[in-house]
Design a protein around this ligand. Sequence first.
Ligand code: DX5
Ligand code: ZN
Length: 225
Amino acid sequence: MTKYLVSPSILSGDFADMGSSVKAIERWGGDLVHCDVMDGVYVKNLTFGMPMIAALRKVTTLPLDVHLMITEPERYVEEFVKAGADIVTFHVEASKDPLKTLRKIRSLGCKGGIVFNPDIPFEGYEYLADESDMILVMSVYAGKGGQSFIPETLDKVRAIRNYLTQKGLNVPIEIDGGVNEQNAAACREAGVTVLVAGSSVYKSDDPARTIRILQGLNGSSGQES
Ligand code: DX5
Ligand code: ZN
């Protein structure tokens, strides 16, 4: 049976107390910590960089899932790995040479993955799949939390999952943006195995229950639903 992982996005956490926001993910039963790095160039917003990752590394043993929304990510991947990232993903078209960037991340002993914004097709980037530890499909345009899920992006998930199956590759597909209790099952059915969720977890009345539902477990008992 597939185990579905939930990676709550700390973009919806408390920026004045990020340590507690990450400890909360552990308590709630989250699997990864999704860290959204924005540079004000690839996307309009600015969030945080390596110092935040290094600080969080000290307070949690959960894997740090670092989503780089930055231009020319190759300039910084080594520093993010050194800061303690467990997974570094970057937007394919933001990198001058995505294959080289992936290889650089992985050569440093870190998992490397590629990200597709809604308007960036997987076609043309298939050659990256067998050197990726993660393929992240954006279900909103990267740049801010709290946006509405774009259902058409699940077609891309299905196409990528089909491609991976045909090639005999078992790469996790992550989805990010507007994921909630209502659309999580459709994501899992399309082939997603890692669900990022910011607002739906942090704004939930019962975040532990929300995480179990996103994981595909029965919200109250932890049984498969
Ligand atoms: C969007 C970020 C997401 C975002 C998710 O640019 O990559 O990780 O924080 O937040 P929600 O779940 O609120 O859409
Ligand atoms: Zn993200």
